[in-house]
Design a binder for this molecule. Structure first.
Ligand SMILES: [Zn+2]
Length: 139
């Protein structure tokens, strides 16, 4: 078994609507995600997957999530934001925790990466702070 991992970084705001502590407030993080691809074998180049193939995933993160505000679609605060000028808002079907962000990035990467049977996404780990991360394994 081989694996390769690509790191992707972005800045994003969020809040947790049900949190009893400080995460209830609008705030932001410098997110780091590690996307790991596994394969039972190597291609003709001796690779699991060429790292450049992660490029479209990074492009997607930059376009959709970087410098956005990610809010639970059930969070009433997004209506207040609609009063202002257009801004980068990402409404998601759940609390924007590191766990859920790892799952959503896993699912986005699964759609973006080439559909080749020689490899598969093993897991995505999202670092929300320098000391805290969450992982989604896709199972
Ligand atoms: Zn947070």
């Amino acid at each position: 078994m081989y694996s390769v991992t690509k790191e992707i970084k972005w800045e994003m705001g969020h809040r947790l609507t049900l949190h009893k502590g400080k995460c209830f407030n609008l705030h932001g993080h410098s997110y780091r995600a590690f996307i790991t691809i596994e394969s039972n074998g190597l291609d003709d180049n001796g690779m699991v997957m060429d790292f450049y193939k992660f490029g479209p995933v990074k492009d997607w993160v930059d376009l959709v999530w970087d410098h956005a505000m990610m809010l639970n679609e059930a969070d009433p605060i997004y209506n207040l934001h609609q009063l202002g000028r257009d801004y980068k808002l990402v409404l998601v079907p759940g609390e924007p925790t590191a766990e859920n962000i790892a799952r959503w990035l896993f699912e986005a990467a699964a759609k973006i990466l080439p559909d080749e049977i020689t490899f598969w996404i093993s897991h995505v780990t999202v670092w929300e702070t320098a000391t805290s991360n969450a992982t989604y394994n896709g199972i």
